[in-house]
Design a protein around this ligand. Structure first.
Ligand code: ZN
Length: 135
């Protein structure tokens, strides 16, 4: 019971990978807003948002979002975990599609991604879109 309760309190903000990426982007002079409700469903917040260039950065923890590289489900409550992660993945996909339909460029960053490399991707896209917001 305790395990279930402990893991069901899902942290969705200020996770370690998110803080590391934010710090690196800030160091590069990029300015952004955090946990923005872009979509009509206000529960679907976007982690890092560059409003003028319409770039949305979605940071995913390997565990909760079931990344392909670090996916093995725990042995206890395996069915529950598989279902939970499948729901998260479906929801992630829907959220990205909704943002793209609304004209946003979505960058997905996984917890296992290298921070400097992820920051490079974000910086490049933000600079391109600043010059050409529809591109
Ligand atoms: Zn991973």
């Amino acid at each position: 019971v305790a395990v279930h309760e402990r893991f069901s309190r899902q942290r969705t903000r200020d996770t370690a990978p998110e803080v590391a990426l934010r710090r690196e982007l800030h160091r590069r002079g990029l300015r952004y807003r955090l946990q923005v409700a872009i979509l009509p469903d206000r529960r679907r917040r976007t982690d890092i948002v560059f409003g003028p260039s319409r770039v949305a950065v979605d940071i995913r923890g390997c565990w909760w979002h079931g990344c392909v590289e670090h996916r093995p489900p725990p042995k206890m409550n395996a069915d529950w975990w598989t279902a939970k992660r499948n729901r998260n993945r479906d929801r992630d996909k829907e959220t990205v599609q909704a943002l793209e339909r609304a004209g946003w460029y979505v960058i997905v960053v996984w917890e296992h991604d290298d921070v400097a490399h992820a920051a490079d991707r974000v910086e490049q896209v933000v600079q391109l879109r600043r010059r050409n917001p529809s591109g």
